[in-house]
Design a protein around this ligand. Structure first.
Ligand code: BES
Ligand code: MN
Ligand code: ZN
Length: 474
């Protein structure tokens, strides 16, 4: 938790944000330390750590020559470096003293708090792994708590999203995921309704049922609701997340080298859950619904097989030609289900295709949809929070690739444009303003990536929380 304070002692460790080297003068340092800091900042270095033994002082010089968004991102990354030193020295407290612009304070706190995250549950000595940092205080004279509250809510949301992604199937089956959603809902304030296998069957969610058939664990369909009395919107924003708790590929089994990260195939769902948690905790005055269809995809005895024809929730028939294209099968049912809310806008998130990673890389999200206005706003927000979006087209021609000779649609396209044909498939099940985010690249990282950490990144939570906050301020 980030706190606000208006008093602090110069004997406490602190991070100072400055925009001009001259500001070093106003920091409590010895003559020699000051000389050292000046020399360091003279060179390329933008972050200096002065260890005075009784306290640490971090001096962060903002690079004002760069554009604003790059500045903010460099500050978040400095937060990661600061956390590394804090860990090393076992520091428990740090103050943020900003001698420059206020927005830098939040970026630094964000970088520190997101870097502090760790998934330690399964270590025997988990206490040892925990971050030493217990207190992060912003030194400030104005008592505007709102921004700090928003940031704390957001960080809670990202932590939940990461935790969910990082849990393996040995713990997190679809039913366990539902229990986690209920628990997080109670903790943060949103309402949860879980549909069980029977209910899913009586609703005829054919896509979700088909994908689940090879598993011994039942599927769930999770509905989260945040409907505050002071909502500014009549029609809700609906977020749909792929909750594939493990994707073996099914009968089209994934080979090694491809299967090992597939606990992260629930990352879209995890983001929706984390987002709902952040929204509820921040008490945003916006009506929001979260939908997460959940199952694992397995080649068990009764698994669906290529050439099966599946009747989906909305009656569309789908010829399955690859059981590994399962995400679109469960999302299609959720997207069709979303129609009943008469939504303002639906945004789905999914680790949907390897093709999206090939197209835009591991650090960017592929964005597609039918509302260019909202896509533009989201792309802009992507730069601000540094969760960047690359737009792919949904031209009619691509729909041709999904034509089947025996059913309304095939579940795979051709050899090329795999991220787009997946998007076209989903589009078929929408009749409202809609955006699709393929997060297959950035959802999970196998090597430490600054404040994004290792494992689940929670990508999308910061993006969409900021997006909604813009709606509120409009
Ligand atoms: N979950 C995968 C996509 C994925 C791949 C996510 C790599 C993260 C990293 C998805 O279910 C899948 O298997 N997609 C197939 C689709 C194909 C069969 C049309 C793919 O991308 O190969
Ligand atoms: Mn798959
Ligand atoms: Zn998948």
């Amino acid at each position: 938790m980030i706190q606000l304070t208006n008093k602090y002692s110069i004997d406490e460790s602190a991070a100072y944000i400055i925009a001009d080297k001259k500001q070093i003068q106003s920091i409590d340092l010895s003559q020699k330390e000051r000389g050292f800091a000046e020399k360091m900042l003279e060179n390329k270095s933008k972050l200096v750590h002065i260890n005075s033994f009784h306290k640490s002082s971090f001096i962060l010089l903002v690079n004002t020559e760069k554009d604003e968004f790059t500045q903010l991102e460099e500050i978040r990354k400095s937060g990661n470096k600061i956390i590394a030193d804090i860990q090393e020295l076992n520091l428990e407290k740090i103050n943020i003293v900003n001698l420059s612009s206020e927005k830098f304070t939040y970026a630094l706190c964000e970088g520190i708090m997101l870097s502090k995250y760790g998934f330690h549950k399964y270590f025997k000595d988990k206490e040892e792994k925990k971050s030493s940092l217990k207190e992060l205080k912003i030194v400030s004279n104005n008592n505007d708590k709102t921004k700090v509250d928003l940031l704390n809510a957001l960080i809670t949301g990202v932590y939940h999203a990461r935790d969910i992604v990082n849990e393996p199937l040995s713990f997190m089956t679809a039913q366990k995921l539902s229990q986690e959603i209920e628990r997080i809902g109670k903790e943060t304030g949103f309402r949860t309704e879980v549909l069980n296998k029977k209910q899913i069957e009586s609703l005829k969610m054919g896509g979700l049922i088909a994908v689940n058939r090879g598993s011994t664990h039942p599927p769930t369909f999770n509905i989260m609701q945040w409907e505050p009395e002071n909502a500014i919107n009549e029609k809700p924003y609906v977020f749909v997340g792929k909750g594939l708790v493990f994707d073996t590929g099914g009968i089209n089994l994934k080979p090694s080298g491809y299967i090992e990260t597939m606990k992260s195939d629930k990352a879209g769902g995890a983001t929706v859950i984390g987002l709902m948690a952040a929204i509820a905790k921040a008490k945003l005055p916006i009506k929001v619904i979260g939908l997460v269809p959940a199952t694992d995809n397995r080649p068990g005895n009764d698994a669906y097989v290529p050439e099966d024809i599946i009747t989906m929730f909305d009656g569309t028939t789908v010829e399955v030609l690859n059981t590994d294209a399962e995400g679109r099968m469960i999302l299609a049912d959720a997207l069709a289900y979303a129609k009943k809310y008469k939504p303002q806008l639906v945004i789905d998130l999914a680790t949907l295709t390897g093709a999206a990673v090939v197209a835009v890389g591991e650090n960017a999200t592929a964005i597609m949809g039918n509302t260019s206005k909202e896509i533009e706003i989201l792309k802009q927000t992507g730069f601000e929070v540094w969760e960047k979006l690359v737009e792919l087209p949904l031209w009619d021609e691509y729909k041709e690739l999904l034509k089947s000779s025996v059913a309304d649609l095939k579940n795979i396209g051709g050899k090329y444009a795999g991220a787009i044909t997946a998007g076209k498939f989903l589009e078929h099940f929408t009749d409202y303003d809609w955006i699709h985010l393929d997060i297959a690249g950035p959802a999970f990282t196998e090597k430490n990536d600054s404040y994004r950490g290792i494992g689940g990144t929670g990508v999308g939570v910061r993006l969409l929380f900021e997006f909604l906050n813009k709606k509120r301020n409009n």
